[in-house]
Design a protein around this ligand. Sequence first.
Ligand code: SF4
Length: 375
Amino acid sequence: MVEPWSIKQIYIDSSLNKSENPLIQNILKNTQNKNIKIELIDHPKEIFDFYLKNGNLFEKDTLLVYRHQGKFISSCPGSDGMVCCQYFVINFGIGCLYDCHYCYLQNFMNQPLMTVFGNIEDLFIEIEKKIKGKNFHFRIGTGEYTDSLALDPILEISPILVEYFAQLENATLELKTKSNHVENLLGLNHQNHTVVSWSINPQKIIEQIEPGTANLEERLIAAKKVQDAGYKLAFHLDPMIYYDNWEDDYKQLLDQLFDTIDTNRIAWISLGTFRYSIGQKEIMQKRFLNDNLTKVEMVQGSDKKFRYFKTIRQEMYAKIKNYIDKKDPKLFSYLCMETQYMWEKIYQFIPQSSKSLDEYFEKRRLYMENSRLFV
Ligand code: SF4
C-alpha cells in the first residue's frame, strides 16, 4: 500500500492561523521526524501556477493545504436519467494518493498536486446552515474527490469530523476508503453518527487495477477493528468488473466479507458496475497500457457514461443481490447510478424519487438503532 509518508512536500497557507487550527497542528505533529518538507506560503495561487506549469499531473507527492473560498458541501453528482439517493458530499480536499485505473478523478483533476482545505471551521458553519432545523436525516460523505482516510495518518482529520458529527442530531457521516488507516477512529465518542465504509473488489482485481490501495485482507481487518469500536459499516461493491469467472470471485469476496463482519452492523451495501465518462477511456488507455477494462464493448447511457450492456449488468446485479440476500435477507443493498429499468429487474420496484430511495436508508438506520445493536 502507498503510505502517506511517500509525500515529499507539504505547503501550508500561512493565512490558516497555524497555532489555532487543529488540522495544521495535526500535520505539524504527525510529520515530525518524517522525511517531508513543510513550507509555509503566503500565496497558494503561486504554488498552483507553478505546479500547473511544471508538475506531473499524477505524481501524488505534493500536498497543498490552503484556505478554500468556495462551497464545501454539494449534492452527490448523481447522473442524468439514473435513480439516485439524496446524498451530500463534503469536499475537504481534492486528489488521491492511490491510482485506481477506473478513477474518474483522472478525467476531472487539472492540478498536479493534492489539496486539502484547511479552514475546517468554515466547513462546520456550512454544515450547520444546511442541516439545522430540517426534519430530515442527512447522509454526508467525504470520499468523493479523495479517499477519506488515505492521508489520515498525516491529517488526523477523521477525529475532528467524527466528533463534530457525534453532536449533530440529524446527520450521519460516511468515511469511505480503500485504505486500512483506522487507528485514529478507535476510541472516539462517535455516538453512532459515523459509518465507515470500504469499496471492495476481489484481491485479483485489487492487484490489477487498484494500485496503491490496501489489499483485501488489510481492508477487512481494518473493518473488523472499526466494528469492534462500535461503528456502523458499509461496503461498496463498486465498480464490479466483468470477466471470465467474475461470479466465483465475487461470491468468494462476499464469503470473506461475511466471515469477518457481522451483517447486523452493515448499514448498506451499494452495487455498481464499471462505468466511465466521455474522455476517460482515452486517458486510461494512455496511462495503463495493459489494461483490459476499456477493451470490453460498452454502451452509452442517457447520462453519456459508458457501461456494460444491460444484460451483463442485470446478470451481475441479480446474482450478487441474491447471494447477499441469502446471507442475510435483512441487509439493505441498492444500485448506484443505475437506470429505472435495472431497478425494476433487480428489486422489482422503481424508487419514484431520490426521497423515496432515501426512505430505505432511513428504515435501515432506525432498524439498526432500535435493535439495540449499539450502546
Ligand atoms: S481510492 Fe477512490 S479517489 Fe482514490 S484513486 Fe481510487 S477511485 Fe480514485
